[in-house]
Design a protein around this ligand. Structure first.
Ligand SMILES: [Zn+2]
Length: 397
């Protein structure tokens, strides 16, 4: 199983120049092939595979000799990054690939010959080692390295390792999680986790900084300074959110053999303007992602319930379906067995009950399901920029 370790790195000014040259070249390669693939489709309705692009790389390097100054593995990896962005799009998991921009987050990969030891990182073509804050040891054999520059200007190294999963002894407890806006999560145990509104709190400062940014002249040194301030604020909010979600997902996975959640149509819900801010703030889909990979890691199960199961309208005691229940009714009494329910707690108990009755889905089956969703999309997406031919080829893989 693969696990990623992320460390903060502290390159010197000279090393930064070296890294920045890699970002520039990899961005150039990525954007070049993205444009080429788009054009090919527009003019000939034919698609260009990642393999085709990789074969064209030596010719591109002859045309632009400065590309030879950087690690050639990293350029190849940039072609593969574009390929996987296309695959994600074809599977309905992401947007159509966009050109990489100079001031947003930058990344390049090193697939071989890097050494991370005793707080230093050595990479090909760079003569001096980069200082690393290695806050925890690697848990396995390193396979791949990505060097990241966040838009805040901080540098990180992310190392993917081949690790042996750490399965825990089987536990008897299960939990259902109802994700909401009023409370971020209500558990079937009755525990309510209040929605920590980091974004709202930081918003005032953020909008002030953003206004300052908009007044600065494009391309000026001052604008650059304020841009970094804004990026740092965003980064801080992101870190706080990740910290909160990791603690929550870790605890629930450790304590329970089965965690059941609802399948949320986050993308559709964000279209609702009034809900958009709270939903993006709560990081629901990130939480689901963490549940899945941590469950795989610790030998636990995550069950995803379809949203059309009436989890909030069914009485968790007797199974009576209260059709007339309104969204505004936070507390209700079951007309059949007279038990008084807290709306969200009752939903969480139902999610737990439905989850326990569901067959276990392995990660491989989940990935296969993502492909079948994509084949339904395939029928509908005639107007998309991508070809049906290409999609068929991918679906059959
Ligand atoms: Zn009842």
């Amino acid at each position: 199983m693969h696990k990623a370790y992320r460390y903060r790195i502290y390159p010197t000014t000279e090393q930064k120049l070296f890294l920045d040259r890699h970002y520039g070249c990899c961005r150039f390669v990525y954007n070049h092939f993205l444009a080429l693939r788009k054009e090919k489709w527009k003019n000939e309705q034919a698609s260009l595979s990642g393999f085709d692009c990789k074969k064209m790389l030596p010719e591109l390097k002859r045309q632009h000799p400065w590309l030879a100054e950087v690690n050639s593995q990293s350029l190849q990896a940039a072609v593969l990054t574009l390929e996987s962005a296309y695959r994600r799009f074809f599977k309905g998991l992401g947007q159509y690939p966009q050109p990489h921009k100079k001031h947003s987050r930058q990344a390049f990969s090193v697939t071989q010959n890097f050494i991370l030891t005793n707080g230093t990182l050595r990479i090909p073509k760079l003569k001096t080692p980069i200082r690393v804050k290695q806050h925890r040891p690697l848990g396995g054999h390193p396979k791949n390295l990505t060097i990241i520059r966040e838009s805040s200007g901080k540098y990180y190294a992310s190392v993917v390792c081949e690790c042996v999963p750490a399965h825990l002894p089987i536990s008897d407890s299960t939990v259902g999680v109802d994700l909401g806006l009023r409370d971020l999560a209500v558990l079937s145990t009755g525990e309510k986790l209040e929605h920590p509104k980091w974004l709202r709190k930081a918003e005032k400062r953020l909008s002030k900084a953003q206004r300052r940014l908009s007044r600065k002249q494009k391309g000026s040194a001052n604008r650059q300074k304020v841009r970094i301030q804004v990026a740092r604020l965003h980064e801080r909010i992101k870190n706080q959110r990740q910290d909160f979600l990791h603690k929550l997902s870790h605890r629930l996975i450790i304590e329970n053999q089965e965690v059941s959640i609802e399948r949320l149509r986050v993308r559709n819900m964000v279209k609702n303007r009034h809900l958009a801010k709270s939903i993006s703030d709560s990081g629901w889909s990130e939480l689901a992602r963490q549940f899945h990979y941590k469950a795989e890691w610790y030998g636990r199960t995550v069950k995803v319930i379809d949203t059309f199961a009436p989890s909030s309208k069914t009485c968790s005691m007797c199974g009576y379906v209260h059709k007339g229940l309104k969204l505004s009714q936070r507390v209700w009494q079951c007309p059949s067995c007279l038990v008084v329910h807290d709306r969200d707690h009752n939903a969480a108990v139902n999610i737990d009950i439905i989850g326990q009755g569901m067959p276990e889905v392995t990660p491989a089956e989940r990935r296969a399901a993502a492909v079948s969703v994509f084949s339904i999309k395939q029928v509908r997406s005639k107007k998309h920029q991508v070809g049906a031919k290409k999609q068929e080829a991918l679906a059959s893989q």
